[in-house]
Design a protein around this ligand. Structure first.
Ligand SMILES: *[C@@H]1O[C@H](CO)[C@@H](O)[C@H](O)[C@H]1NC(C)=O
Ligand SMILES: *[C@@H]1O[C@H](CO)[C@@H](O)[C@H](O)[C@H]1NC(C)=O
Ligand SMILES: *[C@@H]1O[C@H](CO)[C@@H](O)[C@H](O)[C@H]1NC(C)=O
Length: 335
């Protein structure tokens, strides 16, 4: 497994393309940033990591997507911050079948605090697996079997920069402002992806959340959503809410459905049982947070989860899995 993993890493890093398989498996998790005190991880995070390792032992996992909030509460202070060892390496990589599998990351609001997200970008140069080369980056997966060929393009977007949100207070006050320069850069990547068969966008803030009263940046659920519709983006993977969610809506420019995923339970899940059930645009297919294993403090949360996704030539299949390895929900859509 380790030999395969090293081989795999080399393929990914030469231009960030994965080629030659008829099906590619990956995992997506978010808000896995541990805790600020020793042991710098939460019990839920460690259990979720064990389930990821179990899967990596059984199947070929090509990469892992992180939707941000990689280090709580304020990111890392340098590319050699010991939190990288405690919260990342010790939990996921050490003596693990995940060792050598590349991670593709975006930053969350916590990573940006105190202007520290740049250290995570810098860390890419010091790591064999940490792929976070810039605030906007991409990965292309080429799938082929006998006579068929398809390509899936992943675009990793920083929704904090997109909305000029560098602290959470601005969002709480409804002060998100669209960064037009960054928006144009994202649009340029979407134009480049027009020939791809499937575009998957990854960002931190969701377009829609079933969480009651949740504040969503306007520039994400308006400007950004319109942009994704225009370029026929079929799937958006985000986090920020410490829940697992799946919603769909109809793209206004085509008959296609857009699939919205929230995988924000890498370090634990909320205990907020109220969800918004009535929405005219978004159809909530799945909403999960564990209310049974609640503890008084976030640092001792015991339940969490992540996603396992497979893209084949004609299907995008996904599962939401909890810290016990239980499949909470699964479904697929045609590519
Ligand atoms: C696992 O996936 C990688 C690409 O991510 C590929 O290079 C490798 O050949 C695959 N291994 C097997 C055993 O299929
Ligand atoms: C807007 O985005 C550009 C391009 O990424 C960046 O250089 C600039 O700092 C951003 N401005 C703000 C206010 O975030
Ligand atoms: C998605 O929409 C495009 C353009 O409208 C169309 O060509 C394609 O067949 C649709 N795909 C699916 C799976 O509905």
């Amino acid at each position: 497994m380790i030999l395969i993993a090293i081989f795999l890493f080399k393929i990914v890093n030469s231009g960030k393309v994965i080629d030659g398989l008829d099906c590619v498996n990956f995992m997506a998790l978010g808000d896995w940033g541990g805790w600020q005190e020793y042991p710098f991880s939460t019990p839920a995070q460690v259990k979720v990591a064990e389930q990821m390792k179990n899967l990596a032992q059984k199947m070929n996992i090509s990469f892992i997507i992180s939707v941000g909030d990689n280090f709580y509460p304020t990111g890392i202070t340098s590319p050699t911050d010991p939190r990288i060892v405690y919260t990342f390496k010790n939990v996921y990589l050490r003596n693990s079948p995940l060792e050598g599998i590349p991670w593709f990351l975006v930053a969350g609001n916590h990573d940006h605090r105190m202007d520290q997200a740049k250290h995570q970008i810098e860390y890419s140069k010091h790591s064999d697996v940490w792929n976070f080369p810039d605030y906007l980056h991409t990965l292309r997966v080429k799938l082929n079997s006998k006579n068929k060929l398809k390509s899936v393009r992943f675009i990793f977007v920083d929704t904090n920069i997109l909305c000029s949100l560098f602290d959470d207070f601005r969002l709480d006050q409804g002060f998100d402002i669209l960064n037009q320069t960054y928006y144009d850069l994202v649009e340029r990547e979407l134009i480049k992806s027009k020939k791809d068969d499937l575009i998957v966008v990854v960002g931190h803030h969701p377009i829609y959340s079933g969480m009651y009263g949740r504040l969503i940046p306007k520039c994400v659920n308006q400007n950004f959503k319109n942009l994704m519709d225009k370029y026929l983006v079929r799937a958006y993977i985000s986090g920020h809410d410490h829940t697992l969610q799946y919603h769909t809506y109809r793209n206004k420019y085509s008959a296609n459905e857009t699939h919205l995923f929230i995988s924000g339970a890498g370090s634990g899940s909320y205990n907020l049982p109220i969800i918004e059930t009535k929405n005219k645009i978004f159809d909530t297919k799945f909403y999960w947070q564990n209310t049974n294993k609640m503890d008084s403090s976030w640092a001792s949360f015991k339940s969490g989860g992540f996603m396992l996704i497979s893209t084949s030539l004609d299907k995008f299949t996904f599962k939401f899995i909890d810290e016990e390895g239980e499949i909470l929900y699964q479904n697929s859509f045609d590519i």
